[in-house]
Design a binder for this molecule. Structure first.
Ligand code: GLA
Length: 391
């Protein structure tokens, strides 16, 4: 991949000079969905799939951006002093938003640069291709210009701000955090209220984490996502009238149940129920994993799916088919939709000796039911964003 990236870089921008290559991974979230903007816990891990960036300084103020993944989009150009949002720039806005956020935080690069990207995360699949793009842009800018005051956690925060303020997607911190802070063979147990985190080993001896891509990508994902966030916030406001809480993550299931009536709107009440219960499930799931109780972990994964399907309503019929097929296989310990939702992937915990049956049941069954060929990957948990090489 690195050779293809460098070839693309040189074809577009010419050879010569010092070119630095960086990598930031995608992520899969094991459990803790739509909890990160509700002050709850998440439990994602970085994948070995991700996005590479090659960057080189210029001696003027031009910034040129190119992606080997979408050559027909051509080169996007902006000025390092004012990288303005331009709708037709499409994918490049995620990278420009990161540059814009560096500048707003007082880290203004003194020259322009050329940057090219190449990644293998299927776009729109719920595996955070946009977070990987943001975080790899951030680490490339930080290291090229020597902005030492910017930590890995800052890279995550900068990526999130770029996505919220510049691109208009009000995402939480999970994806960028996992991409910046991931650790090989570990998942990150992150408290999004405090950003305190702990690495938990995911050293499964007799099971695998399997990702199945439904290949479904519903339109209006951003607006539906932003709606969920607003509904949760409205529910929180109602609950704050009767409880001294800062976030939905402050509540236990029993506390929520005792005060659920305070949430006037029935839809908002279901959204809040999901946020509260999912946060508690995440805490329990991490304890189960630590105790080596994969069966309990799997049960919580299944409950997460039901809650996302029925209460949070971020699944979709195709992904529900995938999930049903997955849990019909003896040896599937758990299956659920992962990521923002409205399409994308399921994450599955499957016993090693059931992997063949899983593939033979889920893929053809899904194609029969929907006409779509799903893709399946056994997850490899990799490291967070890092420098790769200099050329
Ligand atoms: C998207 C967002 C995350 C998180 C998930 C849902 O991936 O970017 O911040 O909210 O959806 O858990």
């Amino acid at each position: 991949m690195i050779n293809t990236l460098l070839q693309g870089f040189e074809e577009q921008f010419g050879a010569g000079g010092d070119i630095f290559v960086f990598f930031a991974p995608g992520r899969v979230n094991l459990i803790g969905e739509h909890t990160d903007y509700n002050g709850g816990h998440v439990f994602p891990c970085a994948l070995s799939m991700g996005t590479f960036a090659a960057i080189r300084r210029r001696d003027d103020t031009r910034v040129r951006l190119y992606t080997v993944n979408i050559p027909q989009a051509g080169i996007c150009e902006t000025d390092v002093r004012h990288p303005d949002y331009v709708k037709r720039d499409g994918w490049a806005n995620y990278a420009k938003g990161v540059l814009d956020t560096f500048i707003r935080r007082g880290f203004a690069p003194e020259t322009g640069f050329d940057i090219a990207f190449y990644g293998d995360i299927p776009a729109g699949s719920g595996l955070s291709s946009s977070a990987a793009l943001e975080v790899v842009t951030g680490i490339a800018i930080r290291d090229l210009f020597g902005f030492e005051g910017v930590s890995q956690v800052d890279l995550a925060l900068i990526g999130q701000e770029a996505e919220n303020r510049y691109c208009g997607m009000n995402c939480g911190i999970m994806d960028q955090f996992a991409s910046a802070m991931g650790k090989k063979d570990h998942a990150i147990f992150l408290d999004t209220a405090t950003l305190q985190y702990e690495y938990a080993p995911v050293a499964l001896t007799d099971a695998k984490i399997v990702i199945v891509n439904s290949k479904v990508k519903h339109s209006l994902v951003t607006s539906a996502y932003n709606d969920r966030r607003r509904e949760s916030e409205e529910a929180l406001k109602d609950l704050q009238k009767v409880l001294p809480i800062k976030t939905l993550g402050d509540l236990s299931e029993a506390e929520f149940d005792a005060h659920a009536d305070a949430v006037k709107d029935a839809v908002n009440r279901r959204r809040a129920k999901h946020a509260v219960y999912e946060n508690q499930r995440t805490i329990k799931a991490v304890a189960a994993l630590k105790a080596g109780d994969l069966a309990a972990f799997g049960q919580l994964i299944n409950q997460s799916h039901a809650s996302l399907r029925d209460d949070y309503e971020t699944s979709c019929p195709e992904v529900d088919v995938l999930q049903q097929l997955a849990v019909s296989v003896p040896g599937t310990l758990g299956s659920r939709i992962t990521g923002g939702g409205f399409g994308g992937c399921t994450v599955n915990l499957v016993k090693n000796d059931a992997l063949e049956a899983f593939e033979a049941t889920v893929l053809p069954g899904y194609e029969k039911a929907t006409g779509i060929k799903a893709e399946m990957y056994v997850a490899e948990i990799g490291d967070g964003a890092h420098f790769v090489c200099k050329r």
